[in-house]
Design a protein around this ligand. Sequence first.
Ligand SMILES: C[S@@+](CC[C@H](N)C(=O)[O-])C[C@H]1O[C@@H](n2cnc3c(N)ncnc32)[C@H](O)[C@@H]1O
Length: 396
Amino acid sequence: MLSPASFWIGGEIDDEKQQTRAQRRREKQRRTQDAAEDAPPASASSLLATPGAFASRAKKTPYDADLGAASRAKKTPYDADLGAAVVSRKAFFKARRRTHGYARPAAFERALAAALGRLAPAYGANVAPKRPYDWASLPAALDVGDDGGGGLPEARRARKRQQLENVMWYVDRLARPGDVVVDFCSGCGHQSIPVAYLRRDVTFVLLDKKRWSLLVAERRCEELGLTNVRCVDALVADFGEPFDLGLALHACGGATEDVLESCVRARAAFVVAPCCVGGTANWRNGDYPRSDALRAVLAPALYAELAKAADTNASTRDLRGEPPKHLPRRRLCKSVVEADRLARCVERGYDGMLVLMDPPECTPKNDVIVGWPAGRDVRACFERRPAAPQPPWIPA
Ligand SMILES: C[S@@+](CC[C@H](N)C(=O)[O-])C[C@H]1O[C@@H](n2cnc3c(N)ncnc32)[C@H](O)[C@@H]1O
């Protein structure tokens, strides 16, 4: 058990890191300014071609409707590479396909069919009980609605609690007495502090790159008198301590990859609910697909297209209140992305399953990947495993 005094946040290493980050930021600003000064005066076509005009271009191009989410136009690092020759719609898409591997619909469909032929996603039964925690009987500081713990507005509380319950229950079941659980990308610790409160026989490490979030988590632990929680201000990829179970609720995009890699390296079980899958292939081009199985049939650029299609924030309605276009196809792409992540772990000696949060409407990012080193006895977690009906977007 650790005393509250042993809470540890960053230190010298962190200050060094902050300095390097600040240097990199200044360098980037300088480069962007230089590029903007070198650029010709803005016109509709030069907005497309000027690397320095990223944000304004994202709002102003006539092509946004076709590109889909405006955020995608902002995010791709390839936009800056399109070059001054890009002046017409046709040339734009041609260049984009060339530099970005942007797929034609037929190619996209072929890629999806190839992926499904090789790695059909299948969901296991979510065996967590419907309402495993009675929040009203727990201290207020554990609740997301409490001012000290984030103070979520009433409208969001219920859905957030449902998301938390879907990962907390698995962590609670998989953690053995004496285990060390790392909550990667913990934020303020909504998903781990309640389990730490209920499981004093387990040590929790809350890791996040945001110092502010960890200070909130620390304050909550102090208020609750928890001595089995430690906070670490670091990037996931930099964490090298041994641990037994990794947890990550909505670790942004590629951070989920870092979490899974850390878990496999430490031979730790994991409960991971990923989010923002669309950017993943941009952040680590070449490192995708994750599994050998999918790599054999899908080039990184085509995988990137599936991942982008998978990045849907819409649960049931779009901004006009209508069912979002192609939602089942998009959802299927997300299932492929998550199945690919699990498959990589299975190829490295893991057992595991993909489950859907219950109820699925509690968040569009409702996939949970649960995994454990093959051979570990996890009967306590999965003693009751009814056959799972597959969600409607999975082809029969
Ligand atoms: C969407 S929030 C989720 C927070 C919390 N898990 C929850 O569900 O309430 C994502 C968190 O991940 C952190 N994060 C993202 N990438 C990270 C990385 N590579 N290393 C450490 N923390 C990271 C961010 O600082 C942020 O707090």
